[in-house]
Design a protein around this ligand. Structure first.
Ligand code: KE4
Length: 428
């Protein structure tokens, strides 16, 4: 069943920490070993042993079109025929920048980087440079990549591996970061009232996807906007996951709240390494070489990554793309809910766009503490049993799952069928 993956994992563990290049992939939270993937097509992954899976990880978000979309493959091959990297500007990065600026009204200028971590790290440095302040506010359970000052009560891999901050993060960095519960505006008002004039930025996942899926409660994002205005702090929306996922203009267009800076990643690279940060012109013009805030990158704006991003956004911008995708997602969500209800298994589910979440708790799940009260052992069994039925989910309760345009009725039906069997097992 997984012999080749197991052998590869044994070798990998001799060469790579934990045998993986990113912690959550090790599947430790669900008590299994990672599958080594050999290829993918549409909504399916194929592992090194030749097993096929319907993929709801989608490379943790980028693969909204599905794997090997013809337009993306063609754009990559066309670009590859001319070269791979120049360390110099190309027309492609101008085109992708234009597409992001056109799609997201709050973004007047944008800088390409190579990961979501680089994007948020740079946005924080810009906010500190622009305000002359040092403190930042984040929210428990939100994950913004692994930059030192943000690795504090983070979500995603940190939550899964229960790493509180991380060894190697200097205490002084932690002193500048305040983390408060998500969706708790009164508490944030207290923090801002006490320290607002020292706070450079408030950074938030406008829809949290790294403690499982936790949407903002009504008024939460608007409240952040007003508090940042009141105290002169920069409001940063980390839309690495939600950008072009929950809407073409991101969560900010969905909820009608305008941040000062926005971070992107994942989808804008179409599966290649890309991140970006952008926003108000007066802020972005403070980034080197235009201004004094330094940030750089050898492969920033890499032509292959730009080409994949452009091809992806062109498909997303087509009329009806998001409506069709969300119809598919709603069908899946209702099927999962009915399956759990029929089996008498208590779950809390939610959906924002094509980001979905399922917790083994009656709910509601409004923040990280709620999320941590869910039944992690039951999630591990659910993960393993769904995998055994050909359904590839994120190996952690503290992740969202993603549906792509390639998930057809057959795939959705198979998923719901698998869920019915697994919820039945869990109820027994
Ligand atoms: P990267 O540096 O991994 O490209 O992006 C960091 C990041 C920033 N902001 C948000 C909202 C994110 O979700 C992420 C990364 N997401 C995780 C999955 N939840 C990446 C998966 C992994 O760490 O392997």
């Amino acid at each position: 069943m997984y012999d080749v993956s197991k052998r590869l994992f044994e070798r990998a563990q001799q060469l790579i920490p934990g045998g993986v290049n990113s912690p959550v992939r090790a599947c430790r939270a669900v008590g299994t070993h990672p599958l080594f993937i050999s290829r993918a097509e549409g909504c399916r992954l194929f592992d090194a042993d030749g097993n096929a899976f319907i993929d709801y990880v989608g490379s943790w978000g980028p693969m909204i079109l599905g794997h090997r979309h013809p337009a993306v493959v063609e754009a990559l091959l066309h670009t590859l025929a001319k070269g791979t990297s120049y360390g110099a500007p190309t027309d492609l990065e101008v085109e992708l920048a234009q597409m992001v600026v056109d799609a997201v009204p709050s973004v007047e200028k944008v800088r390409m980087v190579n990961s979501g971590t680089e994007a948020t790290m740079s946005a924080i440095r810009l906010a500190r440079g622009a305000t002359g302040r040092e403190m930042i506010v984040k929210f428990d359970g939100c994950y913004h990549g692994h930059a030192d000052s943000l690795l504090v009560s983070a979500g995603s891999g940190v939550a899964t591996l229960a790493i509180a901050g991380s060894p190697g993060v200097p205490q002084s960095f932690v002193d500048h970061t305040i983390s408060v519960p998500y969706n708790n505006l009164p508490l944030l008002e207290q923090v801002m009232g006490a320290k607002g004039d020292r706070i450079a930025a408030v950074i938030v996942e406008p829809v949290a996807g790294n403690m499982g899926l936790v949407p903002p409660v009504p008024g939460f994002l608007q409240g952040l906007r007003e508090l940042c205005h009141q105290y002169g702090s920069v409001l940063i929306f980390d839309e690495v996951m939600t950008g072009f996922r929950v809407a073409y203009g991101g969560a900010q267009t969905l909820y009608g709240v305008t941040p000062d800076l926005t971070c992107f990643g994942k989808i804008i690279g179409g599966g290649l390494p890309v991140g970006a940060y952008g926003g108000r012109r007066d802020l972005m013009d403070q980034v080197a070489p235009q201004g004094p805030v330094y940030q750089a990158g050898t492969l920033s704006g890499n032509p292959l990554a730009m080409a994949a991003g452009i091809a992806t956004l062109k498909e997303l911008s087509k009329p009806g793309f998001y409506d069709a995708l969300e119809q598919t997602c709603q069908g899946l969500l209702e099927g999962m809910r009915q399956a759990a209800h029929k089996a008498g298994v208590a779950v809390s589910t939610d959906r924002v766009g094509s980001m979905l979440g399922l917790f083994f708790t009656p709910g509601p799940v409004r923040n990280f503490e709620d999320a941590k009260r869910s039944d992690l052992k039951r999630f591990a069994i659910y993960y393993q049993q769904m995998l055994a039925r050909g359904i590839y989910l994120a190996p952690s309760q503290f992740e969202a799952f993603f549906v792509s345009a390639a998930h057809d009725a057959l795939a959705i039906g198979k998923t719901i069928q698998a869920a019915e069997a697994v919820f039945g097992l869990l109820a027994a």
